[in-house]
Each structure stands twice: as structure tokens, then as C-alpha cells.
Ligand binder design. Structure first.
Ligand SMILES: Cc1ncc(COP(=O)(O)O)c(C=O)c1O
Length: 362
């Protein structure tokens, strides 16, 4: 409350010192050179792509299994999205599938790869870094769900050329409304983001390029700077909760090896090289919709991220994809179920969740 009063007193409602202070602290925590606050994760993706000079006549390869903005931001800069399927074990973009696109027709237009660190676990970055190097492609991270996640000791946000975060209220690090951030180790890209988020202005009322209003509110900067001090602990709590879910499922005899479920649940796992921050704890389950109904009837919340893969969304029919094009993403959309996970979740509540799932499968 004190920090909000400070914003009211100083009337720094847009950008200003509250946002600058958060940007400095965020860059330091993530160990990246620059962090720039903006209006949402969606705008952060647009800013990242636009700052990297991606636009008409160019192609960006991304995943069909993500939130809509991972793809719509590519269309928003005027570029063409091309999709590649996901890894069944992590739900993240498959480097092998991307490589197939890069070896296929139309590869000469590909300018960038946009992997998403889905559910709080980094995409398989060793391979993407190699592909970026070998094929001279820009790597844009959609780190909207991955504050505090890392790959081989490097934080999400510092892995690619440029990255986008969301502070939507359900995210691990969340604002009190819409907010987002772009991070990069490139001073040139950071300066472009800064210019683009304010209508292309470097100097007040002199517009160098077509930008947009994508600024962060002072209130959000103030809230986020306070929360930033706690995020490491909250992420550690999420990691403990995930470990406890694993143990409870194993004890109940409900954990299947996978990759696909037959009689019970396939549990999510942290892969080698990754530090997972468990933005979501997502199981695969047979008869997923019936299981969800069963849980809802017992007052247990769950969610499906995402019920329709991007290539089958009505709004994206124009891309020309059809059912069967990305079987892993389509299968994931039928099987995934996100269980409650947040730092305050109690042990007995987790037992109730797993107990109800055991009852459903018995
Ligand atoms: C993977 C992913 N990308 C992008 C976004 C867009 O972020 P926002 O809702 O802040 O615009 C979100 C969150 O909603 C997301 O989960």
C-alpha cells in the first residue's frame, strides 16, 4: 500500500521511476543487461519481434500448443507463422520438428524461432541455441509462464536474443492487472523496444518509426518491484509442491511411465538441464473431460491449457492447417489437465486432489 501511495503522491502513473526501479531490479535478478516494462505479455511479444526487425516477407517458426498470443504477435508484426509439433514429454516446441521445417520448402524466409517455455519449464534450449547459431536465426523466447525458470544455469529471459514475459494476474510473478516485460542482452534491441513502446519516440513528439502505446503503468511497476523480492521463495514453494504431487501420485499407484496415459496419470517432469518453476502442474489423463467434471463436482478446481491447438483455432483458419497436421499438440489438447498449484496450497489440499483422482480411476 505504501508503494501505491507513493505513486499517487508523485503521480508517476505511466512508466517513470516506479517502472524504472522495477526494470533495474528485474534485470539484476534475471542477470540480463536490460529489462523493459510494458503493458502486457502480448505487447511484450509484439515489441520483441518488432524490435528484432521481423516483419512482412519473413517467417517465424513456433509451437501450435500455447496461448494464442505466441502466434498472433507474429501476425501482428506482419510476418508469417509456421508451426512445428511439440515434444510429448514436456509439451514444448520440438527442436527436431523445427529442424524439419528449416530443411523444408520455404526455409529461406525463416528469420526467427519463437519457442515458448510452457508451464514454467524452458524449451530444450541447447538445441535451439545450436539451431540459431548454425542457421543464423533470431531466437525469441516466449517466457510468459517462466519467471525464474532456467536452462543449464541461464535464466529464461537471457537465453535468446530477446524475450517476452507476462505478469497477467495468474502468472508466477503477477501484477494487479495487465503488465509485461521484454528482456535482452543487446543494448541496440533494448533501445528499439524503448522507442517502439512509446509510439516510436526517442525524443518527445518526434516519431522515428511506427510504434504503439505499450507502456507499463506506474502502479504495476510498484507492485511488481515488491513481489520481485519474494518470487524466488514462491518458486521454491512451487517446486516443493510439485515434488509432493509426484510423491502422492506414486504412493497412490497412479503414476504411469508415459508418454501417453492408458489407465491413470502421466505426470509432468523436469527434464535434464531445466529448472522448472511449475507455473502449472499438468498431468495427462485418459477420459480427461470426465475426470475434470468429477473434480469440479467435488469443488476441486482444474483447467485445460489448451483445449484447442492454435492451428485448429477458427481465427487462424487462414494459415491453411488441418486436423492431423500436429498430432502431438492435438493429443496434448485432449489429455492435459492442470491441477491446483500456488505457493499457499496446503498438504491436505494436495492429498484431497490426488485422493479424488484415485477415486475416479478406481
Ligand atoms: C505463453 C503465453 N504467451 C503470451 C501470453 C500473453 O500475455 P498477456 O496475457 O499478459 O498479454 C500468455 C499469457 O496470457 C502466455 O501464457
Amino acid at each position: 500500500m505504501v508503494v501505491l501511495e507513493h505513486v499517487l503522491r508523485t503521480q508517476q502513473f505511466i512508466l517513470g521511476e516506479p517502472v524504472a526501479a522495477f526494470e533495474r531490479a528485474a534485470a539484476q535478478q534475471l542477470r540480463v543487461a536490460r529489462a523493459l516494462g510494458c503493458s502486457s505479455g502480448t505487447d511484450a511479444l509484439w515489441l520483441a519481434l518488432a524490435a528484432a526487425g521481423i516483419g512482412p516477407g519473413q517467417t517465424v517458426v513456433t509451437t501450435p500448443f500455447s496461448f494464442f498470443a505466441s502466434l498472433s504477435s507474429i501476425l501482428r508484426v506482419g510476418a508469417r507463422p509456421v508451426l512445428a509439433d511439440i515434444e510429448p514429454a514436456t509439451f514444448n516446441l520440438s527442436p527436431k520438428a523445427v529442424e524439419a521445417v528449416l530443411d523444408g520448402p520455404g526455409a529461406s524466409q525463416v528469420r526467427a524461432i519463437l519457442p515458448v517455455h510452457l508451464y514454467g519449464q524452458c524449451a530444450e534450449w541447447s538445441s535451439f541455441a545450436r539451431l540459431g547459431r548454425e542457421r543464423k536465426l533470431i531466437l525469441v523466447e516466449d517466457a510468459a509462464q517462466a519467471w525464474g525458470a532456467a536452462w543449464s544455469g541461464t535464466n529464461a529471459g537471457g537465453l535468446g536474443d530477446i524475450a517476452a514475459f507476462s505478469f497477467y494476474p495468474t502468472k508466477n510473478l503477477s501484477a494487479a492487472g495487465d503488465a509485461g516485460m521484454v528482456t535482452t542482452n543487446s543494448a541496440a534491441l533494448a533501445d528499439r523496444v524503448k522507442m517502439l513502446r512509446q509510439h516510436g519516440m526517442r525524443r518527445r513528439y518526434y516519431h522515428d518509426e511506427m510504434g504503439w502505446n505499450a507502456r507499463m503503468d506506474g502502479f504495476q511497476g510498484a507492485v511488481l518491484e515488491v513481489k520481485l523480492k519474494h518470487i524466488d521463495r514462491w518458486n521454491e514453494e512451487r517446486r516443493s509442491l510439485a515434488a509432493r504431487y509426484h510423491a502422492l501420485f506414486a504412493k497412490a499407484g497412479l503414476a504411469e511411465a508415459g508418454p501417453y496415459p492408458r489407465h491413470a496419470a502421466v505426470l509432468p517432469r523436469e527434464v535434464e538441464g531445466a529448472r522448472h518453476v511449475w507455473h502449472q502442474y499438468v498431468i495427462r489423463a485418459p477420459r480427461r473431460d470426465a475426470l475434470r467434471q468429477f473434480l469440479t463436482a467435488r469443488g476441486i478446481g482444474s483447467e485445460i491449457y489448451y483445449p484447442v491447438p492454435l492451428h485448429l483455432q477458427d481465427a487462424l483458419k487462414g494459415l491453411g492447417y488441418k486436423p492431423g497436421d500436429f498430432p502431438e499438440a492435438e493429443r496434448a489438447a485432449r489429455e492435459v489437465l492442470a491441477l491446483p498449484i500456488f505457493p499457499e496450497l496446503r498438504e491436505d489440499e494436495q492429498e484431497t486432489v490426488v485422493g479424488a483422482i484415485a477415486e475416479f480411476f478406481s
